[in-house]
Unconditional design. Structure first.
Length: 459
């Protein structure tokens, strides 16, 4: 069995537990001996810190656990629940201290014994309070721990409370008996103020209150991305010293999947640099009315309809000063004409809503081809067809095709042709030559049901 080890944040919390326990014993003993309400109030204050430190010790252990199936965002909020419980303890302690102080003041005060050992004890207490407050503050910054930050705040209030008790006992020794009760009342007020600040901060985290500073840093990081990213929404929250960002960005409707993914990666990287350790989720949406051509924007809108499987032959027509669109939609073959017509009408309405400048949209619906088995065709069996393709290709391009293959399908013979064209050939010209070859081959041999032509630059 391996050695028992504590996480760094747990070690810092354990130091707080030990020091708080020692202070409770010291203050309580000296307070009882000297009949000092101020020291007894500080003992009660330290007792609540002891309980809180124990809570913190276990809370940071829970918070450091990795995410699991039941807690996909991790366990970071355990620290804030601990800090909230600590705040509740402090409120109760402050009310009890203030109530007893007011009771003693109303009764004329109780004579505290300002002996030398009370001043020596307070000197030691102030030194310990200052040391652990600074240590907890450094640990909270290093581990970005809300629970440790809460402990640092309490230790600082302990220091102020101990200083108030010291002043009270000095005044008692100078002949002012009520000074000790007044010092106890000051301690109660300090504890109440600290508890209020602590509870307000951690309730904000548990309620996912907007992270103003973190959101500003995240927006500034995204603004520095080149090319610029269009941010539609940014939501930030934090837990356990870690920031969680939910970002929605928009890209041009014609942008490919790889471009959208690259934008999301850039946003994640920018926020992670500005806020290390952040958990960032980026959602990418199409940008309506973007810079893409109308044909591409209309295609993106049509493909956004779930039942549409393919869009092609999109034509933009200018008719009598108005813009009209025509496009072909491929839908599942098993649909009825009525269902297919409803989908086409939905597509038309969606495009008209997204593009106010378009007056009319006409759709042509086609069934999506079923998957079918393909069988190889031997060169001997397809010799005549192969020679036909080679001849037509030479007549259209001046060169033999790079490759010709045939496959037998349930619908008929399919030819696969690879053309090698000049590197400077334009896309329109390449498509025109491929279309001409396809039309001529199918016209001469109707039994060839399809000609699939792949064009590539010649080396």
């Amino acid at each position: 069995m391996g050695a028992f080890r504590l996480a760094p944040a747990q070690r810092a919390a354990l130091v707080s537990v030990v020091s708080a326990g020692a202070l409770v014993a010291l203050k309580l003993t000296v307070g009882l001996l000297a009949h000092s309400l101020g020291l007894l109030a500080e003992a009660a204050h330290s007792a609540t810190d002891l309980v809180a430190a124990v809570l913190t010790f276990f809370a940071v252990g829970v918070a450091s656990r990795p995410p699991d199936a039941e807690h996909p965002f991790g366990h970071g909020k355990a620290e804030h629940l601990s800090a909230l419980a600590e705040g509740a303890f402090l409120v109760l302690a402050s009310l009890a201290i203030a109530g007893e102080a007011i009771h003693r003041l109303a009764a004329g005060g109780t004579q505290a014994q300002a002996r030398w050992y009370t001043f020596a004890t307070l000197g030691v207490v102030l030194l310990i309070d200052a040391t652990r407050a600074l240590g907890a503050r450094r640990a909270a910054r290093r581990h970005r721990s809300a629970a440790l930050a809460a402990g640092a705040l309490h230790f600082a209030s302990d220091f102020l409370g101990s200083a108030a008790v010291l002043v009270g006992l000095v005044l008692v020794r100078a002949g002012t008996p009520s000074a000790d009760s007044i010092a106890a009342l000051v301690v109660g007020v300090l504890v109440l103020i600290a508890a209020g600040r602590l509870m307000r901060t951690n309730i904000g985290v548990l309620m996912d209150t907007a992270e103003g500073g973190a959101a500003i840093a995240a927006r500034a990081a995204i603004a520095g991305i080149e090319p610029a990213v269009h941010v539609r929404r940014l939501r930030m929250r934090s837990a356990g010293g870690r920031h969680f960002a939910d970002v929605v960005v928009a890209v041009d409707a014609d942008a490919g999947l790889s471009h959208g993914h690259a934008v999301a990666d850039a946003v994640e990287g920018a926020i992670a640099t500005a806020l290390p350790g952040s958990d960032v989720v980026v959602h990418v949406e199409p940008l309506e009315g973007g810079t893409a051509p109308l044909r591409q924007r209309a295609t993106a809108v049509a493909m956004g309809v779930p039942e549409v499987r393919e869009v092609h032959n999109v034509a933009v027509l200018e008719v009598a000063g108005a813009t009209e669109l025509a496009l072909h939609l491929k839908l599942p073959a098993e649909l009825s004409l009525s269902s297919a017509h409803e989908i086409a009408t939905h597509v038309e309405s969606a495009i008209l809503d997204a593009e106010p400048g378009v007056r009319r949209v006409v759709t042509h619906i086609e069934p999506l081809g079923e998957d079918g088995a393909g069988r190889r065709v031997s060169p001997e069996r397809s010799r005549d067809e192969r020679e036909l393709v080679r001849r037509v290709t030479r007549e259209c391009t001046g060169a033999d095709p790079r490759e010709v293959r045939f496959r037998e399908t349930d619908q008929g013979l399919v030819a696969f042709v690879t053309l090698a064209l000049g590197p400077a050939t334009g896309l329109v010209e390449a498509h025109s030559q491929a279309s001409e070859i396809e039309q001529r081959v199918r016209a001469e041999r109707p039994d060839i049901v399809d000609v699939v032509i792949h064009t590539e630059p010649a080396e």
